[in-house]
Design a protein around this ligand. Structure first.
Ligand SMILES: Nc1ncnc2c1ncn2[C@@H]1O[C@H](COP(=O)(O)OP(=O)(O)O)[C@@H](O)[C@H]1O
Ligand SMILES: [Mg+2]
Length: 258
């Protein structure tokens, strides 16, 4: 099967700081991949490049068989126009650590906004779709609530519903439990696990929760200093890592949660 994400020798620097130093990655449709690794190793940068929020310095990136940044015209590869970029970007959704909901809109309003303004759905269609996705994240009874009246976990569920309502083929999650009170983390991980089990989307999940990565993903990537140092099945990464750095990282995280 053709990969839905294809990355070759992807490079990104900020000034003199090389953040991605040649990343290669294929992700299959409906695959769930967890990304682990030390702070500063480039995990968020990879996700921002996959979301096309930033441009790579070098290397190739394809989403569903297309480069977001170039397109074909008269048999030639030329710089993408805004319309091409928006179309490819529409295949990807992202949820961040900080949910950034519109404070002046209800949960329903937050989930309805982009399908109306970006996809051109009618208010009525967008509303019924939003109700469906709010139900999927367990918030059917909070549709009319404003963000100020929701817990951190509920706000993050709204943010997830908002991304899902755009019906992306690929969903990227960047440490989405990191800003939550500890007692709310389990419920969000449970939701991620349920979404992955549906097998309707490709999911790339940056997480510090090793037990989650081990039990809920098809494949685990260990990021270190701007490259994927090691990748494999959860059993390979957690039970028999090939690199000492992987082993040390996994052990250091396991110790902190005990
Ligand atoms: N916009 C930016 N400008 C300058 N440096 C950045 C920027 N974004 C990230 N960095 C730096 O790039 C490195 C990798 O960051 P990041 O991808 O956020 O790592 P991770 O998500 O693995 O913690 C860090 O040293 C970070 O400070
Ligand atoms: Mg990060």
């Amino acid at each position: 099967m053709e990969p839905i994400i294809r990355v070759r020798n992807l490079q990104k620097a900020y000034g003199n700081l090389a953040v991605l130093s040649g990343v290669d990655l294929d992700v299959a449709p409906a695959e769930t991949v967890s990304v682990i690794g030390p702070s500063g190793s480039g995990k968020s940068t990879l996700l921002r490049l996959l979301m096309t929020l930033e441009r790579p310095d070098a290397g190739a990136l394809e989403i569903d068989g297309e480069s977001p940044w170039t397109m074909m015209r008269d048999g030639q590869s030329v710089a993408a126009d805004e319309r091409h970029l928006r179309r490819v970007r529409g295949k990807v959704g992202m949820v961040f650590q900080h949910f950034n909901l519109f404070p002046h809109m209800s949960a329903l309003g937050n989930v309805t906004e982009a399908p109306v303004h970006v996809l051109g759905l009618s208010r009525a269609e967008a509303k019924s779709r939003a109700i469906e996705y709010l139900a999927m994240v367990g918030l059917e009874d909070k549709a009319e609530a404003y963000p100020a009246h929701l817990s951190g976990g509920q706000k993050q569920r709204v943010a997830i519903a908002r991304a899902l309502a755009m019906q992306p083929k690929i969903m990227l999650f960047d440490e989405i439990t990191s800003a939550l009170d500890p007692e709310l983390v389990g419920g969000i991980l449970e939701l991620l696990r349920a979404l992955a089990a549906r097998r309707t989307m490709t999911m790339v999940i940056v997480t510090h929760h090793m037990a989650f990565a081990e039990t809920s993903s098809d494949r685990v990537l260990f990021f270190d200093r701007g490259v994927i140092l090691e990748q494999g099945s959860p059993a390979e990464i957690f039970r028999s890592p090939r690199h000492e750095r992987t082993q040390r990282f996994v052990e250091s995280i396991l110790e902190t949660v005990r």
